[in-house]
Design a protein around this ligand. Structure first.
Ligand code: ZN
Length: 222
């Protein structure tokens, strides 16, 4: 049934959203992607997203979200704010308040314009830094609010919600996209494509997940 329908993927050019893009391409008849430009610290993020969308032949929308940077200066948008993991239950300095609320709401407006019923986001509750707007309860609640606001029946999909990073690599592999995701996506906070700098929290999470996934796969092959 989903094969007849159209979807829009919230797409940053990173590991998670690129895996979601592959998932959507397999699941839906027609797929478009939307990337939000909020003056990310690394302009490469936008370029990387453009390249991937082009290569996968996906119609790509880039929306200007500079407003978010103006409202919520943060370590992902400002060079002078250090990237820190949260201590004592605090959120990390990379948290942008309201980001997924705003992104998913704008994605839904775009979805209504292009006639897409499905919205896909790579948020994940399992392995993340405790961002409140990555929680399943938040996404479900927003789905209800968005539908009430536009009198529509959008469905927000979160294929990664309960996966850890190793399982996300496993999903990419199941979609025949492991090498693509590994080589062409950008998750590094220092702006390095592929395996990245290896030092920042995002690279460490990605690398640990990949190591875990590859070691379980080798174990299974024996
Ligand atoms: Zn890095």
């Amino acid at each position: 049934m989903l094969k007849d329908e159209k979807a829009i993927v919230v797409f940053s050019g990173g590991q998670d959203s690129t895996t979601c893009l592959f998932w959507a391409l397999k699941t839906f008849k027609e797929v478009e992607a939307v990337t939000f430009n909020y003056n990310q610290r690394h302009k490469q993020e936008i370029d990387c997203a453009i390249e991937i969308a082009k290569e996968l032949n996906v119609r790509h929308h880039i929306l200007d979200m500079n407003l978010l940077n103006q409202l919520a200066p943060n370590a992902l948008t400002r060079d002078d704010i250090e990237i820190k993991e949260g201590e004592d239950g605090e959120l990390p300095s990379t948290f942008v308040p309201g980001r997924n609320l705003i992104f998913l709401s704008f994605a839904a407006v775009l979805a209504s314009q292009v006639g897409a019923k499905h919205i896909i986001t790579g948020v994940c509750e399992t392995d993340f830094s405790g961002y409140p707007d990555c929680r399943d309860s938040f996404v479900k609640s927003l789905n209800v609010s968005i539908n009430l606001s536009m009198d529509k029946e959008f469905v927000i999909h979160t294929p990664l919600m309960w996966l850890d990073k190793a399982e996300t690599w496993g999903l990419a592999n199941d979609l025949n996209a492991l090498d693509f995701v590994r080589e062409k996506t950008l998750t590094c906070y220092n702006g390095m494509i592929g395996d990245g700098c290896g030092e920042c929290p995002s690279c460490k999470l990605r690398e640990n997940g990949l190591d875990n996934y590859l070691s379980t796969r080798e174990g299974a092959a024996k």
